[in-house]
Ligand binder design. Structure first.
Ligand code: FES
Length: 173
């Protein structure tokens, strides 16, 4: 019951923030891309429901909004974790064994090539091509923080630290 209430509250808060984003953009259909970007920043992905909601609010076909959301690689239609681990697999990083880091992360978080977000929505692993810091290869960016000369041990350490912080934060609530 408590969980259902929390989920409902979360949904109401989320819709309120989507409404605010639409309002800030004057419900202007020509601002569809910035609107979707701002919503994605808030929730890290665009659900089917939100795509329909935006389309209805802007008075444009759902297929149009869906088309824009799927055309740009920047948008994700799948839920993403609260913590994003972006691992570079460009040539320099690959040569410096980025796959070893990827395997360590997969093992630690019980993820795979087919499943890159944890069930608790705490972590998402993204593989990216060159981050433009090849001198620091292999490079990993965790929640926007760059970690050069990364190793499987460092990746494990960072993940463990985040898990400990999340557990402590939950305990405090
Ligand atoms: S190849 Fe990884 S930063 Fe360039």
């Amino acid at each position: 019951m408590q969980e259902t209430l929390e989920k409902t509250k979360e949904m109401v808060d989320y819709l309120a923030s989507v409404n605010q984003i639409l309002k800030n953009n004057n419900n202007d259909p020509s601002r569809l891309i910035p609107i979707l970007q701002q919503i994605q920043e808030e929730k890290k992905y665009l659900s089917k429901d939100v795509i329909s909601y935006v389309a209805t609010s802007l008075g444009v076909p759902v297929a149009h909004v869906y088309g824009v959301a799927t055309f740009y690689a920047h948008f994700s239609l799948n839920p993403k974790g609260k913590h994003i681990i972006r691992l570079c697999d460009g040539t320099a990083c690959h040569v410096k064994k980025s796959h070893g880091i990827l395997n360590a992360l997969y093992e630690k978080l019980k993820l795979s090539d087919e499943k890159r977000t944890t069930d608790d929505l705490n972590f998402t692993i993204e593989l990216v091509s060159c981050l433009g810091a090849c001198g620091l290869a292999p490079v990993m960016v965790v929640d926007g923080e760059v970690h050069g000369q990364s190793t499987p041990a460092l990746a494990n350490e960072i993940v463990e630290k985040i898990i400990a912080e999340e557990t402590a934060a939950k305990g405090a609530n």
